[in-house]
Design a protein around this ligand. Sequence first.
Ligand code: AMP
Length: 543
Amino acid sequence: MTKFSDLALDPRVLQAVSEAGYETPTPIQAQAIPEALTGRDVLGIAQTGTGKTASFTLPMITLLGQGRARARMPRSLVLAPTRELAAQVAENFDIYAKHTRLTKALLIGGVAFGEQDKLIDRGVDVLIATPGRLLDHFERGKLLLTGVQIMVVDEADRMLDMGFIPDIERIFTLTPPKRQTMFYSATMAPEIERITKTFLKNPARIEVARQATTSTTITQSLIELKPVRKDRVFGDKRAVLRALIRAEGEACTNAIIFCNRKMDVDVVAKSLKSHGFNAAPIHGDLAQSERMKTLDAFRDGSLHLLVASDVAARGLDIPAVSHVFNFDVPSHPEDYVHRIGRTGRAGRLGKAFTISVPSDEKYLKAIESLIKAEIPRGPLPEGFEPDTREGKPDRPPREDRKGRERAGRGRDRERPVKAHDEVAPMEPLVAVPKAEVTEAEPREEERREERREERREPRGERGERGGERRRDERQESRGERREDRGDRREPREDRRDYRRDRDLGPAVIGMGDHVPDFILRSFALKPSKAEDLEDASATGTEG
Ligand code: AMP
């Protein structure tokens, strides 16, 4: 078996690795590190949890050991799709480079430009960034990419999901052609294949077993809920969830609860809190500082239950999670594997409960066919009683929601969504955010939301741009951020959309019962155009 000491890594890196407690390289590390150290391009087909971050960070640190950074010209670049993932890479870099004098900067949304500018001005060896933010710095003339010797693209398939591929292509063209490229993706969609053919030179293709099977350390259970009242499914699922958590008792040291829809993440978290659970949500609508605070609390054990969407939680490295609860059966089978893989890590035992309703049947079939096993059926937890009381549905019927959503876009973004909880009965939702409407493809919608979120300016940095910090902060607090994007150069496609968005007039906030014409206007566009426009229109009015 390969040992780290066989890998020709810098002794300072080896020392840091040993202090991190790693004994042997993971398969992706054992295969990618020797190739990377020869200067060859690497194409890693691997997911989070395989040790892929160290597989590019360790050789990078070794290769950058010689030479010095020059002002505004980073020597290497790591691109990650989300702020959290970029921050995670930066944390890894700090661990592995602690005995070296290499410097790094993290360029992500939610962090003021000023500090980052100073670091980059001085010169950094490693620049870790999200694509949009990197291009912002570049376009402000604060950064030159011509000194990049090593470029890493991490989680490329997720970049594709989030619409970052044009940005990535552009960044590739801004770096010198003789750079070394390490490119990681969990899957090889045709678009990803195309990029690697265009920008990688004879890469060493390293594929580690795709996680289509679930770990044997995870005990899975499927709780089939057959609601007595169809219009009380949502409340019944929350009651099942509470009963399951209670039944697990102290064995449930912490848990991630996955919902398919971002809005449900909020509602489920609020509902749990109102029942005395220590729970908090994480999704793309929350401020970056809030997301980081929540994750830190979950990591340090002060938060017991993390309610999350797939987009927000994917790729996050949280080592010790005793339980995963799927509040919804995921509509994409591979998400099931990702979700339950958050527990039972590193040989620990974990439990994964999935709550299903009859309409989930086709998703369950897809999951069971992917994992090549039947998820064991478990009994409904003790203490669960279906809601048979007279009264209103626990959420409005689907058609209503659509109509209301259309009419209320913008307004519902301004005020917090109220939990429709049976303990604190809720008025029917007046307006439901867009994620609610696209139920058939909730994940796609979330991705678009996340993309928009990633492209937004962080709070407090606009003053540095236009001296209008105060005004902008007020607007942001009202949920109005459309102007933020006005001074950003987006890839051509996006620019066209934003211009069209601006043509629709100023953002409409708090429109009351009045429905502006543009919301009701129908457009006979090709499907892709229609989707773009929907995107632009939604970003124009949301917070
Ligand atoms: P990643 O796939 O890069 O997100 O890594 C997943 C987790 O594995 C992280 O918590 C790493 O600290 C850990 N890890 C990476 N390499 C090793 C190794 N060789 N031995 C043990 N743990 C590792």
